[in-house]
Design a protein around this ligand. Structure first.
Ligand SMILES: Cc1cc2nc3c(=O)[nH]c(=O)nc-3n(C[C@H](O)[C@H](O)[C@H](O)COP(=O)(O)OP(=O)(O)OC[C@H]3O[C@@H](n4cnc5c(N)ncnc54)[C@H](O)[C@@H]3O)c2cc1C
Length: 313
């Protein structure tokens, strides 16, 4: 097993002081192990880990990073992320519980980017609003879900988002209509335009509370029956190639249970790479490469990672 080791931090003490000017001590962590912030439970230390609570703090963090030329990564719940064993030489800004609240207004829900989709689904159910049931079991934040256009069981964020509140790369706050977000399969304009999602408005419809509850229960059962939720993972490792299912291709290539170090192709669902115990990012990466190569050899299909990578590989 490869050991984590700390390389020299990119951030100097006087730069950290710039963040201390507007953040409290408990909003700042140095050399923070990213394994604690990813559902894969993998990842070395981030030089600086910041937990802003307001839009103003988020804006200031971005401004300081720009002025000081510090690399900045926006983290949600880390449920679609593989972080290098060496960690990240830069600033990680976490937009999660520290920046997560929501408000239901008739058939709309306005939520900030750090709100978990499960929390939004529960609020919708409690207000008898239908349309968000598909997202209740996706373990991400609203910000990460908008970035990824997360979807499941025939629904996707594109169907329910009416506007997205963003911080643009030039530091301006804007409300972008959902139709202009460039939503596609696991993609949106967030990455290309270097946007930071601050929140969104979700547009739903009045529904029958018992039917909503029943759909959510049913989808949760389907998930736990089919997916290896008992192991750390980042969900589907590869995107669905056109005309195929990644999990089925991997299974038919004979790779169920294929293992590199602690990383393993789940036997329950071959589309998931799991951390079967002590997996490193290097293990996952090698396993992913082997899977891509073997599936290509057998079927001529190129599997594209759905999981995002952070740090050096
Ligand atoms: C068990 C399991 C099941 C899953 N099932 C599904 C599923 O059914 N459907 C599905 O689509 N996905 C699924 N996923 C993957 C994952 O939950 C989604 O992609 C989710 O939307 C990621 O959200 P996050 O907050 O965890 O984002 P992170 O993993 O933290 O980040 C993902 C990307 O979004 C960016 N990002 C995060 N927050 C922001 C923000 N506020 N502004 C701008 N960029 C941001 C990050 O920089 C990164 O590039 C599953 C994952 C697991 C572990």
């Amino acid at each position: 097993m490869e050991h984590y080791y700390q390389e020299k931090s990119k951030i100097k003490e006087d730069q950290i002081r710039l963040f201390r000017n507007f953040l409290a001590d408990d909003q700042i962590r140095i050399d923070e192990p990213m394994a604690e912030h990813t559902t894969f439970r993998i990842g070395g230390p981030a030089d600086l880990f910041l937990m802003p609570e307001t839009e103003e703090e988020i804006q200031k963090i971005r401004r300081v990073c720009k002025a000081e030329n510090l690399p900045l990564f926006i983290l949600g719940n880390g449920s679609n992320l593989l972080v290098s064993d060496r960690g990240y030489r830069g600033v990680v800004m976490q937009i999660f519980r520290n920046f997560g609240n929501l408000e239901v207004q008739e058939e709309k829900i306005r939520a900030s980017a750090g709100t978990l989709l499960s929390g939004i689904a529960a609020a919708a159910r409690n207000a008898s609003l239908t349309g968000f049931e598909f997202a209740g079991g996706i373990p991400g934040t609203l910000g990460g879900a908008v970035r990824m256009n997360a979807g499941a069981y025939g629904g996707e964020m594109k169907d329910v988002i009416s506007t997205v509140r963003v911080l643009t790369s030039s530091g301006e706050i804007r409300e972008i209509p959902g139709g202009q977000m460039g939503f596609g399969y696991r993609t949106s304009i967030v990455e290309k335009e270097d946007l930071l999602v601050l929140g969104a408005e979700i547009c739903l419809r009045k529904g029958d509370p018992e039917a909503i509850r029943e759909t959510m229960r049913d989808l949760q059962t389907r998930r736990s029956d089919k997916q290896p939720l008992e192991y750390p993972s980042a969900g589907s490792t590869f995107k669905r190639p056109e005309g195929y299912f990644a999990g089925k291709l991997i299974m038919d290539t004979g790779l169920a249970g294929y293992q590199v170090g602690g990383a393993k192709v789940s036997e329950k669902h071959c589309g998931f790479v799991i951390n079967a115990g002590g997996a490193t990012a290097a293990d996952v990466c090698r396993l992913m490469g082997d899977v891509q190569q073997k599936v290509f050899q057998k079927y001529g299909v190129e599997l594209e990672p759905e999981v995002r990578f952070l740090g050096e590989f």
